[in-house]
Ligand binder design. Structure first.
Ligand SMILES: [Zn+2]
Length: 165
C-alpha cells in the first residue's frame, strides 16, 4: 500500500478524501487474527466537519477475510462492511472534552495528529470490524449432523410401521 500520510486536521478542514484497495496480506496486525492472508480490503476515508464544528473523519472498510470458526475450528469467509465516524481532539484532554460535549456513542473521539498514516487508520477500522467470537452462522459439520438426525427414523416409529402391516 502506498504510504499515505495525512495532516488529519488539514484533511478534515479541506474535506479531503482518499480511497483504495489494500491486500489483507499487507495488514500484519489484521492477518494475526485471520486463517490466511487472502482477500482485499476496500477502504475510504473522508474528512469533514462534524457536530459543534469539530473535525471528523468518516472511515469505511469492506472486504472478505478468512477467519477461524471458534465452534468447529475450520476457516470460513467473513465479510467486513463497516464505517465509523472519528472525531479529532488535539490531545487526550481535548479528546475527552469532545467526547463529553457531543455525548454520542456512535462517534469515536481520537487524538489527531499532523501526520497520520491512513494505512494504520484503515487497519484499525478493519480490526474493529472483526467479530469478537468468529463463527459460522451454521457450521458445516453440525449442519450435516442435523440433516442426518432429521432423516433418521426412530426405532420406535420403525417398529410401529412393522406392526401395522
Ligand atoms: Zn463452524
Amino acid at each position: 500500500m502506498n504510504a499515505i500520510v495525512i495532516d488529519a486536521f488539514e484533511f478534515c478542514r479541506s474535506n479531503g478524501s482518499h480511497e483504495g484497495v489494500t491486500p489483507v496480506a499487507e495488514m500484519t496486525r489484521l492477518t494475526k487474527d485471520c486463517a490466511d492472508t487472502s482477500g482485499t480490503i476496500t477502504w475510504k476515508v473522508e474528512g469533514g466537519t462534524g457536530k459543534m464544528g469539530f473535525p471528523q473523519m468518516k472511515l469505511s472498510v469492506a472486504g472478505t477475510v478468512q477467519l477461524v470458526c471458534q465452534r468447529c475450528l475450520t476457516p470460513y469467509a467473513h465479510t467486513i462492511d463497516s464505517s465509523t465516524l472519528l472525531m479529532l481532539g488535539k490531545d487526550d484532554q481535548q479528546a475527552d472534552e469532545i467526547e463529553e460535549m457531543i455525548d454520542d456513542e456512535t462517534i469515536d473521539v481520537i487524538v489527531g495528529s499532523r501526520s497520520m498514516a491512513v494505512a494504520d487508520l484503515v487497519e484499525d477500522e478493519a480490526l474493529l470490524a472483526l467479530p469478537h467470537t468468529p463463527k459460522h452462522d451454521v457450521c458445516p459439520d453440525s449442519a450435516l449432523l442435523d440433516k442426518a438426525k432429521s432423516e433418521k427414523i426412530s426405532p420406535f416409529d420403525a417398529l410401529k410401521g412393522l406392526k401395522s402391516e
